[in-house]
Design a protein around this ligand. Sequence first.
Ligand SMILES: [Zn+2]
Length: 147
Amino acid sequence: MYGKKELEMEEQKVKTKQCKKCGKELEISEYYFPKDKGCTDGFRNVCKECKNGKFGISKSQKWTESDISILMENYPYMSNKEIVEKYLPTRTESKIGDYAIKILKLHKDEEYLKYRAWSKEQLDFLIDNYSFTEMSELVNLIGKIKL
Ligand SMILES: [Zn+2]
């Protein structure tokens, strides 16, 4: 019978297995072995180094349903940078763009983003001036404010 302490020790012990190809004893983790649901421990028996030359976490994460709905809802109205920061910190801006455009066929709502991209100075200027300045004149002036 294990005491609590021994159980904790047991959990902390790193599980390893031997790569069938190169014979190295490696930690059983996504870093060293490719994931494989067909294997009992969930990882293939040949290490990543033997398979594709290097260890590391795979960059091509699967897109889950919740990731996809985040993209569907936010991609048109947020920059990819904002989406990474706010919702998908494990992904990159370019991966988000690729997936949204090529797979989900989404596109940015340019008008909306243009409006959102206005700086505080531009908005203040607009608020100060809109009531007594022609619209075309305003557009012209705002274009000249440095961001
Ligand atoms: Zn190997």
